[in-house]
Design a protein around this ligand. Structure first.
Ligand code: ADP
Length: 323
């Protein structure tokens, strides 16, 4: 019922005392390999909640590709739509220093080869889904083809990550466009919104020249939601980390309260939130109700280490307490 179209990466993680400079070699910890990528993460998150979930993605014909497929299948994801070959499986080379800061090099690999033609070849899969959920770790033209191929009655959910300025044709299909604060800034302000952290940004910067990126919009998420809706999506969800989420559909704007938890590792929280929201929408839930459930799933995900390893089952979400 839920089809996720997106990336699958192997995350290769090594702990280091400090990062090597140019020409230098340092020794690190044992290598840890984790299944990742926003598409793979979302599919696993939804399936673990009990959603009937399929993944349309491309991996290499290699050991990392097999590892990623195994992780999807173990979670119960239908992997018939996962294509193989064309390039090595996407990888993220991650070094983590003692303060917990990451340095990451991503090789998109096979993700960059998931093509509009692959989407057309998977038209049956796309048309049989109630909800199609995409992100931007695959080519933008592939996402545009997803929008064109999806049946009119199918709901399209987009998390524009990594954020770019979006063409009007994609924006108009989003119901909702779902993004965190950093992504909202880039979509609204253009690449100038791409500050290192919210705290470092003092505002302004040059205005983007795309169809989105209309310039700085201040610090109020309600204002961002209004500005984002003006770009054409039918609805918007802005995730606010420990502050919850804001949902807006042009008629109402509502703050979804966070679930209070002890956060251990926020990796993958947005992917878990988006997957849960997309699934609930497919079961007929309204946007605010779906977001309230998704906030519980996101909160559960931050109580455990890792991305896919941290995603909760429906029973674990229920056990969080509250509604
Ligand atoms: P991203 O991972 O994309 O940056 P967020 O950090 O906004 O996304 O997290 C997504 C959602 O997960 C939030 O809207 C919230 O509902 C939930 N969440 C994230 N961090 C916390 C936290 N520390 N406490 C409770 N809920 C959280």
């Amino acid at each position: 019922d839920l089809l996720v179209v997106g990336s699958a990466n192997a995350d290769l993680v090594i702990g280091v005392e400090r990062r090597p400079g140019p020409g230098e070699t340092v020794l690190g910890s044992d290598l840890a390999v984790h299944p990742g990528g926003k598409g793979g993460n979302q599919a696993v998150a939804a399936a673990r909640l009990g959603a009937r979930t399929a993944l349309l993605a491309r991996v290499g014909d290699d050991a990392h590709g097999r590892l990623l497929l195994d992780a999807q299948r173990a979670a119960g994801v239908d992997t018939a739509g996962v294509l193989r070959g064309g390039a090595p499986t996407g990888v993220a080379l991650i070094t983590v220093d003692p303060s917990g800061d990451n340095s990451i090099v991503v090789s998109p690999g096979a993700n960059a080869r998931l093509s509009p033609r692959d989407v057309r070849d998977a038209a049956d899969l796309l048309r049989s889904a109630r909800v199609v959920s995409a992100q931007l770790e695959i080519p933008l033209e592939t996402v545009a083809e997803v929008v064109r191929t999806t049946a009119p009655g199918t709901r399209f959910v987009l998390n524009p990550s990594p954020p770019v300025e979006l063409p009007a044709g994609i924006l108009a299909a989003c119901d909702p466009l779902i993004l965190n604060e950093h992504e909202a800034r880039v979509v609204l302000e253009g690449p100038a919104g791409d500050g290192r952290t919210d705290g470092e940004r003092t505002g302004g910067g040059p205005v983007g020249d795309g169809r989105t990126g209309g310039g700085p919009v201040g610090d109020d998420p309600r204002e961002w939601a209004r500005a984002l809706l003006a770009l054409g999506p039918r609805s918007v969800v802005i995730t606010l980390g420990a502050r919850g989420a804001l949902v807006a559909d042009g008629v109402t704007t509502e703050l979804v309260e966070p679930v209070r938890v002890r956060a251990v590792d926020t990796t993958g929280a947005g992917d878990a939130f988006t997957a849960a929201l997309a699934w609930r929408l497919g079961t007929g839930a309204g946007l605010a109700d779906a977001a309230r459930y998704a906030a519980r799933v996101g909160a559960a995900a931050v109580t455990r280490e890792g991305a896919q390893a941290s995603f909760p089952t429906a029973a674990e979400v229920a056990a969080l307490g509250g509604a």
